[in-house]
Design a protein around this ligand. Structure first.
Ligand SMILES: Nc1ncnc2c1ncn2[C@@H]1O[C@H](COP(=O)(O)OP(=O)(O)OP(=O)(O)O)[C@@H](O)[C@H]1O
Length: 289
């Protein structure tokens, strides 16, 4: 049974800009929100709205040299990670793990899965070689994989896309994080595997009593799994809604337009599915016409 506890993460006025002078652009504009122990939050928004930048900044993985960060406060697990203007955020904050969109590029292509587990598990505690292998096999079974001894000896390209994603979740969760951040974990997968991966993220974080912050462009999928949904538009958080009542909670016109674009049985008969442009209200009218 999942319980939502006290505050685990607090982001206050986090701004990230890329570039300098005329090429400077603000990717995240003064983002503020809090996430509790055991809670699942989804960040949604169209491409380029700043979701990944926000997630990477929180995870301490924003290593782009051109990134300029300003924060009024970033607190995690009772510690202040950053305050004020900075070029670098704390790297790989202990207690946070991240799952990426494309397992093929985020797993090491030349090392076996067993070796990759060894690298993570050795950082967690002193384990002998055999214990590391046994622990890795347990994690692979926990994420629903079979024939795990064989998988430990394989390299990422020898696995299917869905298997790779499971391995990546196992690698992220085996360090026992308090917060798992998943950046578009399903966008490279078909609809049914996407559901499996979201089920897995939900199950594994519940089992480990970890919180989940998932970045996605799929608002419908997020509604099924998240407790709250953060909507971003052009770098700004325009809404923070309960997933179960997003229609009632949404205050921005953008969120309402985004919801109107979700394909339904009715819209499936339209010659063109509704889409958004800068004047999203107009597109909505055209779509309903
Ligand atoms: N390394 C970078 N250097 C310069 N600009 C960047 C960099 N990464 C992202 N940006 C810019 O910052 C803005 C936000 O990008 P970001 O990737 O965070 O958005 P996103 O919502 O995650 O998009 P997507 O869903 O396509 O991944 C975009 O305008 C993007 O072009």
């Amino acid at each position: 049974m999942r319980t939502i506890g006290t505050e685990l993460l607090r982001v206050d006025g986090l701004t990230v800009a890329y570039g300098d002078g005329e090429s400077r652009s603000i990717a995240v504009a003064s983002a503020s929100f809090a996430l509790s122990e055991g809670e699942r939050i989804a960040i949604v928004g169209e491409s380029g709205s700043g979701k990944t930048t926000l997630a990477l900044a929180i995870a301490g993985l924003l290593v782009t040299p051109s990134a300029r960060i300003h924060s009024e406060g970033l607190h995690f697990d009772g510690r202040e990670l950053v305050r004020g203007r900075t070029k670098t955020l704390p790297m790989r904050t202990p207690g946070m793990s991240m799952v990426f969109q494309d397992a093929m590029t985020s797993l090491d292509p030349v090392e076996t899965i067993g070796t990759q587990f060894g690298a993570v598990l050795r950082g967690v505690g002193k384990l002998k070689r055999r214990e590391t292998r046994e622990r890795a096999a347990e994690w692979l079974r926990a994420v629903g994989l079979h024939d795990v001894e064989r998988i430990l000896g394989l390299r990422p390209y020898e696995l299917s896309g869905g298997m790779r994603q499971r391995v990546m979740v196992a690698l992220a969760i085996c360090s026992r994080p308090r917060l798992l951040i998943a950046d578009e974990p399903t966008s490279a997968l078909d609809a049914s595997v996407s559901r499996d991966v979201m089920d897995l993220l939900a199950d594994m974080t519940e089992r480990e009593n970890a919180s989940l912050l998932v970045v996605s462009h799929d608002i419908e999928l997020c509604r099924m799994y998240a407790d709250r949904i953060i909507v971003m538009y052009h770098g700004e958080i325009v809404d923070i809604c309960r997933a179960s009542s997003i229609e009632e909670d949404a205050t921005s016109e953008y969120t309402q337009a985004l919801l109107a674009c979700v394909p339904t049985l009715e819209s499936s008969s339209l010659p063109l599915l509704p889409t958004l442009d800068d004047d999203f209200a107009l597109v909505r009218q055209e779509a309903s016409a």
